[in-house]
Design a protein around this ligand. Structure first.
Ligand SMILES: C[S@@+](CC[C@H](N)C(=O)[O-])C[C@H]1O[C@@H](n2cnc3c(N)ncnc32)[C@H](O)[C@@H]1O
Length: 264
């Protein structure tokens, strides 16, 4: 495999190189490019769509790092299939409005479902989780709703207020395909719940992105990924930097020839 960084911006070339059910070519380019190759600074940051989306993320405030947002931007713009984005854990809405701005700028017929209690974390698991009930209570939900209305984003984002187990079945019952899950809820049981529930609705070229598992405060999130994604579903990660990305259903190879990877 011989990849040029520029191919990450060419939607027609995806999947770039498939191995073990994931686009390892895309994973290499986005991960290496962001961490070592100046991908954010030299390419992404100059794009007006990125700049407008980042303004929205900053307006609402987001705990999601700039490299993680850049990776979401690259997936949504170049690699994501058709369907909606489901974000589990939106807090004050920063990453959700970021993604909605991209969908709107690209004129995609898709929306972000932004799930949260918007009143803080519900029950947590005292063995797996370090977080406590009530963490993230200051979501300022009314201000998020006002922001969506003031910025004419309501056709590209829908907030879903309540615990995931109370709200997700009703949204999935609408029968719309899921293109991307952005799982940012930090907690062991909710992560396993939302992934299991969404699996049957995920469309081809689906991406599952986990914000938390590699953070010291979220070992339970990693437990959930190890148990469900890796051991039970037998999936192999597409990317580990800046966050874990999995593909479901597994990608099909355009060129399954295994060979050395050279990044230029
Ligand atoms: C780290 S914050 C999300 C950060 C956000 N994506 C951002 O851009 O800053 C995690 C959120 O997950 C939510 N959450 C965790 N478990 C939940 C559950 N079972 N149901 C609904 N919300 C949940 C919490 O209320 C919290 O607001």
């Amino acid at each position: 495999m011989d990849l040029e960084l520029a191919s990450v911006f060419d939607r027609a070339r995806y999947p770039l190189h498939v191995s073990e059910g994931r686009d390892i070519g895309a994973g290499h380019l986005r991960g290496w490019g962001l961490e070592y190759g100046g991908l954010l600074e030299t390419h992404v940051a100059t794009d007006p769509i990125w700049q407008a989306a980042m303004r929205a993320a900053r307006d609402r405030g987001s705990l999601v790092s700039e490299h993680k947002l850049a990776n979401l931007y690259l997936i949504i713009r170049y690699a994501m299939g058709s369907g909606d984005i489901h974000e589990f854990g939106s807090f004050s809405g920063g990453s959700a409005v970021f993604m909605a701005k991209i969908l709107k700028a690209l004129d995609l017929p898709a929306k972000v479902f932004a799930y949260d209690t918007y009143e803080g974390m519900p029950a947590t698991d005292p063995v797996h989780d370090l977080h406590h009930p009530g963490d993230f209570a200051d979501a300022q939900y009314d201000r998020l709703l006002a922001y969506i209305s003031d910025h004419a984003l309501s056709s590209h984002i829908e907030t879903v207020k309540g615990t995931f187990d109370a709200t997700l079945p009703g949204i999935l019952a609408r029968g719309r395909p899921v293109a991307l899950m952005h799982v940012d809820c930090d907690l062991y049981e909710p992560i396993k719940y939302v992934v299991r529930e969404c699996l049957p609705a995920i469309a081809p070229a689906g991406h599952i992105v986990f914000d938390d598992p590699l953070h010291g405060s979220c070992l339970g999130a990693f437990d959930a990924v190890e148990q469900l994604l890796i051991r039970e579903l037998d999936l192999t990660a597409e990317q580990a930097y800046p966050h874990l990305v999995f593909r479901y259903p597994p990608c099909h190879a355009r060129d399954a020839t295994a060979s050395a990877t050279a990044l230029r």
